[in-house]
Design a protein around this ligand. Structure first.
Ligand code: SF4
Length: 95
């Protein structure tokens, strides 16, 4: 699948794009309903991998079933794990 045409197979194709992006002044109950509906659509999508890769470059919006806040939190967890797994120089020297 090319870099572009994965979007042609998106389950969200033809859906209201406002489901995937927060509105100014959006209140909590509305946000929860909107995100829940968007995530339901993503759950039935066959191109979540491609979408997640694209979403990793995006600041706002739901991609592959992740909100921007969830995406940022996951990135922080991944960075912490990567940092914890990195071998340390016992002398504390910087290479
Ligand atoms: S994973 Fe969700 S946002 Fe991404 S293409 Fe599929 S339905 Fe759309």
């Amino acid at each position: 699948m090319s870099a572009r045409d994965w979007r042609d197979a998106a389950a969200c194709l033809g859906e209201d794009t406002e489901l995937f992006f927060a509105r100014d002044g959006e209140r909590e109950p509305g946000r929860i309903r909107r995100e829940t509906r968007a995530k339901e659509i993503c759950a039935g999508c066959t191109v979540t991998g491609e979408c997640a890769a694209f979403g990793a470059t995006q600041r706002f919006g739901i991609y592959a079933g992740e909100t921007e806040d969830e995406r940022r939190a996951r990135r922080r967890r991944e960075l912490r794990r990567a940092s914890a797994a990195r071998p340390r120089d016992p002398e504390g020297a910087v290479a």
